[in-house]
Ligand binder design. Structure first.
Ligand SMILES: [Fe+2]
Length: 178
């Protein structure tokens, strides 16, 4: 697949939003590939890692997040499942799972129901190693500060709003992936 061609299809204009998406997604892809290089024992699928990392945030344009130039009408937390819908329509169900399972450190069905989150009611915790690595790598890059990687402390802090479960998952990933 040509991940950049898929991005071009949904982001036809060369504007600030597309710039944010491309820079952020490249950073996440590079970090995921770096984890693959450092951990040959994980046997990660490098090609899939790169493609899915480039596409994991494809759904952001459908949401409302004016600070990162997203002027859609859906809540930002939906960008994962919205992106997954696009990827399924494109014929890439495996990449779709990366999209919908990368929010926070993943969203469990229990958490979605308990907090009445406006996302589809299904388990959205990363399962495959590639899903876990991309979700993990994503936590080191914001879309408002594109020029630097977050410290581990900051990455951890960004997960606090999602609750203890996600923080614990992230800590277990630190042991495996760093
Ligand atoms: Fe992301």
């Amino acid at each position: 697949m040509d991940a950049l061609a898929i991005i071009d299809k949904y982001y036809p204009e060369e504007n600030e939003l597309k710039h944010i998406l491309l820079v952020h997604s490249r950073s996440v892809a590079d970090k995921a590939l770096q984890i693959a290089d450092r951990h040959p024992e994980l046997n990660l699928d490098r090609q899939f890692l790169e493609e899915a990392a480039l596409l994991h945030d494809i759904g952001i344009f459908l949401t409302s997040a004016p600070d990162i130039c997203c002027f859609g009408d859906k809540p930002y937390i939906c960008h994962g499942s919205l992106g997954a819908e696009l990827m399924r329509r494109e014929g890439y169900p495996r990449h779709a799972l990366v999209c919908e399972r990368h929010t926070g450190a993943g969203l469990s069905l229990a958490q979605i129901e308990h907090e009445h989150l406006p996302v589809p009611h299904r388990e959205m915790v990363p399962v495959s190693l590639e899903e876990q690595v991309i979700c993990f790598a994503d936590k080191f890059f914001s879309k408002t500060r594109l020029d630097r990687e977050k410290s581990l402390e900051k990455a951890l802090r960004s997960l606090e709003p999602y609750g203890k479960e996600g923080v614990a998952r992230f800590k277990s990933w630190c042991e495996r992936f760093l």
